[in-house]
Design a protein around this ligand. Structure first.
Ligand SMILES: [Zn+2]
Length: 283
């Protein structure tokens, strides 16, 4: 009996510690490529906030006002400073960038992607410019921050992974990879407006979706695009089919989330994590 009680106690303690770990893990979003959330307590309407002449995302949640700031992947760990202009007044914010461990992946791709050749350079440059123009668009619509995963399958790549292509270090992996069979459904993870589609050298067939106020999703390597530029979509709408077009090694969806022109970890927007942060952490 005594042993039985002890086991129950041990199990309960274990469950509690697992739950505690999960809650703190869910709040662990102020990492490289993560999010810094700041509450504006002295305002009674959603303030306009700029940093380096760029408008930032501010949201209203139950009569409270929050800044949702993208922490660049290249940021230093520890204390970071942010100068902002709030309703025309300069203010200085500071936040802590916490450590997160990133994996390493080795990938083999056709040499046409690692050494594209002079004849493809003009096309690559034009496509880069076109993407840049679209990424700079400001769509004055409040985003819905409760995202759903845009495809079902196996997660084969996470945000922040160091990647070596054919043995040479490339850019860090700036999104989430979900693999399933060719033709699998891709749905919109949140509402928004389609601002660009195309079939580009590296991206293959892709969709750029604007969720509003500087928050955008890009879905690449598609087999089929089922939406058109200018179209409004709701969360869960079918937008495309999974494929392996462009710089890809097999059928999967690569989903990147861009906030204030900065790549951020899309997983931080899943499972209600941003909304939970408002009520759990920021008081
Ligand atoms: Zn990817």
């Amino acid at each position: 009996m005594k042993l039985f009680n002890l086991s129950i106690f041990f199990i309960l303690t274990l469950i509690n510690s697992l739950q505690a770990l999960e809650a703190s893990d869910r709040l662990h979003i102020n990492t490289k490529g993560g999010i810094y959330i700041h509450e504006f307590k002295q305002y009674n309407s959603n303030p306009e906030v700029f940093s380096n002449n760029q408008k930032l995302l501010t949201v209203e949640y139950r009569d409270r006002y929050f800044l949702i700031h993208a922490i660049p992947y290249e940021s230093d760990l520890g204390r970071n400073k942010l100068e902002v202009e709030i309703n025309n007044n300069i203010d200085h914010l500071s936040f802590n960038v916490k450590k997160k461990t990133f994996d390493t992946q080795n990938i083999s791709v056709s040499s046409k992607y690692t050494k594209p050749g002079i004849d493809n350079q003009e096309r690559i440059n034009l496509e880069r410019k076109s993407l840049q123009v679209a990424k700079n668009i400001w769509y004055d619509q409040d985003p819905d921050l409760k995202f759903i995963i845009p495809a079902n399958g196996i997660i084969t790549g996470r945000f922040g992974t160091k990647r070596f292509y054919n043995g040479t270090e490339g850019n860090f992996h700036n999104g989430l990879d979900v693999a399933a069979k060719k033709g699998s459904a891709i749905v919109s993870p949140s509402k928004g407006k389609i601002i660009l589609t195309g079939n580009y050298y590296y991206n293959g067939k892709f969709i750029l979706l604007d969720h509003g106020k500087g928050l955008k999703s890009i879905f690449i390597h598609l087999d089929e695009i089922l939406v058109k530029k200018g179209q409004l979509v709701n969360k869960g709408d079918l937008i495309g089919k999974m494929g392996s077009t462009g710089k890809s090694t097999g059928p999967h969806l690569h989903w990147s989330l861009i906030l204030s022109k900065t790549y951020v970890n899309p997983e931080y927007f899943l499972d209600n994590r941003i909304i939970d942060y408002f009520s759990l952490k920021v008081e």
